[in-house]
Every structure is written in C-alpha cells, then in structure tokens.
Design a protein. Structure first.
Length: 261
C-alpha cells in the first residue's frame, strides 16, 4: 500500500500504532464533522481495525472515512504527498523541530503560498509520538492544557486540532435552526397598548381620569422588549381575557391602581 495521496483533501490525519479501535472510529467522526476525509493508519495494533464493530460504531455516520482509509507500514509511506508534517508531541529535549501552538501555527500555515498539503501525525495512546517520528516532522504542535493535567484522549486531540485547522482555513458558516423573528411594528404595539388600556380600566387598575404615566411606561417596556408579532397576539389575548372577566370590587383608589410617577 504505497501510493496513497488523496489530492481532493489537502489534509491527512496519520495515526501511528493505534491500539483502541474506538479511537479510530472516533477519529473518523471528528474528521468528518470538520470536513476532512484523508485518514492513514501506520501499524495499528489490529490489522482489521477499520472494520471492527467498535470502530464502526464510534465512527457514528463517518463510515465513508473508514472505507477510504489506508493502512501502511511506515510513517514515510504515510507522508507520501505531504509537504508539511506536524507531529502532536512535545519537542524532543536534545534537538528537534520547532514547537507550534494550534491557533498561531495553523494561522501561519493557512496563509502560506503555495498552500501546503498538511499531515497531522498522532502517536499511540500509550506511548505518544516517538522522538524518531517527531524528527520526521517539520514542526510539532502542543495543545495548551492545564499544566497540572494535560492528558487528552487521542480522538479528543484529533477533534481539537481538526477544529482549529478548519477555523484557520475559514471555518464553516452556522445556519440558524429557527427563522428570524418578525418584530412587531409601531402600529401593532399601539394597538396592543390601546387594548391593554381598555382592559386595565375594566379591571380598575387604571383611572382614565388620572392615568398619569402608566401607558407611556408600558409603551417603553414593550419597546425595550422588542415585542414579536406572535407575542402581540398573546398579549392581546390576555387583554381580551381581562375584558371578558368580571371587574373586581376594589375602587380605583386602591394601592393596586396607583401610579406615583
């Protein structure tokens, strides 16, 4: 399995020595939701990992990524066609490639001309990326984490980096799941206020001989609330219910009807 470049996808996710089938499936899912599809496995623990039940289950609808995924023997084969490889590991202590952070590093890569074919290289769950494999990369990338606990699951790391890379490439738009609200116009608000004024007088809450500033204050309240058209219908329904009710026996001079302003 040598010639593996997928020219339709400029980003390759490379997993080395993966031992848990679930992580392969979850990686496929993480890739697909961010619009990537090129997955290569290097010496996975199980030769049939791409078709194992747990792998397919954790892929959760990203089985097409698994179908197109490649399995190779060496990192050199996995990097075929890649022009810039990033290892997800700490920089080796003696020497090695520079260390990047996701946001700044990906932003610089996205601005590069000509565009790179990027390879993101992940080590095994237990041992991570070896120094020898890190040396084959142009850079290593470290995810900023809690300095006292920086342990990330493999698929979590894939999701984080695939998200940051997609954002650097421009991201995806977010589509509203509900239509834009239809705000009530001035005429509708005034109609509501007129309806409420009659209802409040009917209840004895508003004295039409001394209305003070009750209605202007309600006008300001509805303006601040940016009342929607469907809410106008609800509030007018409340006013109608008040008008249909039997007026209370208390007088207009009761505390409930006072407006000290």
């Amino acid at each position: 399995m040598n010639s593996i470049p997928d020219r339709s996808d400029p980003t390759r996710f490379i997993l080395i020595g993966t031992s848990h089938p679930g992580n392969v499936g979850a990686t496929a899912r993480a890739m697909k939701v961010m619009g990537f599809s090129d997955l290569v496995l290097v010496r996975p623990r199980f030769a049939d990992v791409l078709i194992q039940e747990e792998t397919v289950a954790l892929a959760s609808g990203a089985a097409d990524i698994l179908v197109r995924a490649k399995v190779v023997d060496t990192l050199a084969q996995a990097l075929d066609g890649v022009t810039f490889a990033i290892g997800t590991a700490m920089t080796p202590r003696d020497f090695g490639p520079p260390t990047l952070t996701p946001r700044e590093g990906f932003a610089a890569l996205a601005a590069n001309t000509p565009a790179h074919r990027l390879g993101l290289v992940f080590g095994s769950e237990r041992h991570g990326l070896s120094n020898e494999d890190a040396y084959r990369c142009h850079a290593v990338m470290s995810i900023p984490t809690n300095p006292h606990y920086g342990s990330l699951n493999l698929a979590q790391a894939v999701q984080l980096l695939s998200y940051e890379w997609r954002q650097a490439l421009g991201g995806f738009g977010v589509s509203a799941r509900t239509p834009d609200p239809e705000l009530a116009d001035g005429a509708a608000v005034q109609g509501l206020l007129s309806h409420w004024e009659k209802a409040l007088v009917h209840l004895g809450f508003l004295d039409p001989a001394a209305p003070k500033k009750l209605m202007p204050r309600l006008n300001q309240l509805f303006n601040r609330a940016q009342v929607r058209q469907e809410e106008i219908h609800i509030l007018r329904g409340v006013a109608k219910a008040m008008l249909d009710s039997t007026p209370p026996t208390h007088s207009l001079n009761s505390p409930a009807s006072s407006d000290k302003s």
